[in-house]
Design a protein around this ligand. Structure first.
Ligand SMILES: [Fe+2]
Ligand SMILES: [Fe+2]
Length: 156
């Protein structure tokens, strides 16, 4: 049996970043309908990944990892809520663009707002890459990891 590592979930982060870039490309081309489609994909993908992490990973991490400086389980949950709230706000902005077709200036203003989303995601990816995923690998057996992976909604 091929041993699983939670670091494989970094692929999910990459795919979400890629979908967000597609969203931004559509915005650049003033295609708000396509932009909304990609952004909804990002939002749905993040929702599934957050359900996986909060439902399957964080309970095991909280029970076994002990105190981790800069990597407490509540930090991951707080970042998830921030990212999801910001995404809701971005979806509402792009929806509004479908009724009122955007000019270049409106798109630029939205890109400024999206810098916050990108930096939240980058920060969150780093925290999980450094703490959540490698520490979970250390405190679980290969059999437990295989069982958890089998229950995840999104692995790539
Ligand atoms: Fe996360
Ligand atoms: Fe994650």
């Amino acid at each position: 049996m091929q041993e699983r590592s939670f670091l494989e979930l970094l692929r999910v982060h990459e795919a979400l970043d890629e979908a967000f870039l597609k969203h931004q490309e559509a915005l650049m081309e003033l295609r708000p309908l396509d932009a909304l489609g990609w952004l909804e994909q990002v939002r749905g993908g993040i929702a599934a990944h957050v359900r996986d992490e909060e439902g399957e990973l964080l309970p095991v991490y909280a029970a076994r990892a002990g105190r981790v400086e800069g990597g407490g389980p509540e930090l991951f949950v707080a970042e998830h809520r921030k990212i999801q709230a910001l995404l809701d706000e971005l979806v509402a902005s792009v929806r509004a663009m479908i009724e009122n077709p955007p000019g270049r200036r409106a798109v630029l203003l939205l890109f400024d707002r999206q810098i916050l989303y990108k930096s939240l995601m980058e920060h969150h990816d780093l925290r999980e890459r450094r703490f959540l995923y490698p520490i979970l690998d250390r405190v679980t057996t290969p059999e437990e990891r295989a069982a958890i992976f089998a229950r995840l909604e999104r692995v790539g």
